[in-house]
Design a protein around this ligand. Structure first.
Ligand SMILES: *Cc1c(COP(=O)(O)O)cnc(C)c1O
Length: 407
């Protein structure tokens, strides 16, 4: 079997929901992956910020193997020891009091929205159900979370959408203050917008927003599905801003590649959930908790968030140098190892050329390149990636002499 066979087989039976790159990835190790033709790549996508400890990290592999031999799954009708172990790590790390485990980012946000609505009702505000979210946000693909997502492209075709969402521009407090009314129960946002193009908000905005929510008794829900678990140089991105959310959602990197999500809340909020209010068959199952525990312990003991901060600065400095050489690069921005490179034209040809040269990178919208490598990368990997990018930009510049790539 090779790439072509794998692609042809997929095209026969899979629903056509992804604009996939023309290769199948069949193996990974550390920061490297291999495709169906045996070609090796430096992986700056990492499953879109999932494989933060790298591919096949020995501690995560060993934990999964051991748990698979002991107990793969059991129902939440019973107590599952791993949930308390992972929960304890996250409660200690965040200062939030309670956690619920699910399987994806969308589910984590869906659960957070349910909790926010129930909280409002229990606290004597039955009229409050609406959630303010941000333009260009991304919160998932379930009906509620795609409605929370402030992008028409993920909503089109699925109308009528659930009630109770309104959208405001990111990073302006006035817009939120103007949008709040008697029906508002929560504000939901990413502390760095990921899919929307890697947008880092101002500290003052985040602080004013947190204070505003507190004053109005509106819940602040932070979606850290992409930014969480060390990605931005702190365990959670909100730490950069000196604030704390009422509800915090996470997924992507939490299970080190095993499909795990969670949402957390402070006691007063979490306590409105009683048996029967929410649930998940697979959420927090023994296999997923073994993977999450090994992943979190690795990230914490090896201080991979500190490492992400350092390597991120090094990568950012290298990209800023490229920006001086290539006018096609409009802006380089990000936090830790969540980095966006906004270009003056479409980035799809750059992604293709990098792939051909052995570097996987993602996009975030049509004009932004996104780098979300494993947090274990070092300067060697960064130098290799920068060399490929530099060659790709130079070749594109030469080929089009005046016109930038993508035009
Ligand atoms: C990826 C992502 C989601 C959705 O996660 P899924 O696991 O695909 O459901 C939600 N919010 C943010 C910020 C994300 O980056």
């Amino acid at each position: 079997m090779n790439n072509q066979n794998y692609i042809a087989a997929g095209q026969q039976v899979l629903m056509n929901t992804y604009a996939r790159q023309p290769l199948a990835i069949v193996k990974g190790q550390g920061c490297q992956v291999w495709d169906g033709d045996g070609k090796q790549y430096l992986d700056f996508v990492a499953g879109i910020a999932v494989n933060s400890v790298g591919h096949c990290h020995p501690k995560v592999v060993a934990a999964i193997q051991k748990q698979a031999e002991t107990l793969l799954h059991c129902s939440n009708l019973y107590w599952i020891p791993g949930q308390a172990q992972v929960g304890e790590i996250l409660v200690k790390a965040t200062g939030l009091d309670r956690i619920f485990f699910c399987n994806s980012g969308a589910e984590a946000n869906e659960g957070a929205l349910k909790l926010a609505r129930k909280y409002a009702k229990e606290k004597g505000h039955p009229e409050r159900f609406a959630v303010i979210t941000m333009e260009k946000s991304f919160h998932g693909r379930t009906l509620a979370t795609l409605t929370a997502t402030g992008q028409v492209k993920v909503q089109k075709g699925y109308e009528p959408l659930p009630n109770g969402f309104c959208y405001v521009p990111y990073n302006t407090m006035e817009a939120i203050a103007a949008a709040v009314n008697e029906t508002t129960c929560a504000v939901l946002l990413e502390p760095v917008q990921g899919e929307g193009g890697v947008i880092v908000p101002d500290t003052a905005y985040m602080q004013e927003l947190a204070a505003f929510c507190k004053e109005k008794d509106i819940l602040l829900i932070l979606d850290e599905v992409q930014t969480g678990i060390g990605r931005t140089g702190k365990l959670f991105a909100y730490e950069h801003f000196g604030i704390c959310p009422d509800i915090l959602t996470m997924a992507k990197a939490l299970g080190g590649g095993a499909p795990t999500g969670a949402f957390m809340a402070r006691e007063e909020v979490a306590s409105v959930f009683v048996p029967g209010d929410h649930g998940s068959t697979f959420g927090g199952n023994p296999l997923l908790m073994a993977a999450a525990k090994a992943t979190l312990e690795t990230i914490l003991t090896e201080d991979l968030s500190g490492r992400a901060a350092q390597t991120g600065q090094y990568l950012m400095a290298g990209l800023k140098k490229l920006q001086e050489r290539f006018p096609f690069i409009k802006e380089v921005r990000g936090l830790g190892l969540l980095i966006g490179i906004e270009c003056t034209g479409a980035v799809a040809p750059v992604i293709t050329a990098c792939r051909e040269a052995g570097l996987l990178i993602a996009g975030a919208g049509p004009n932004v390149l996104r780098m979300v490598p494993p947090l274990i990368i070092g300067e060697t990997e960064v130098d290799a990636a920068l060399a490929i990018l530099s060659d790709v930009f130079a070749a594109a510049e030469q080929m089009h002499s005046q016109a930038p790539p993508g035009k």
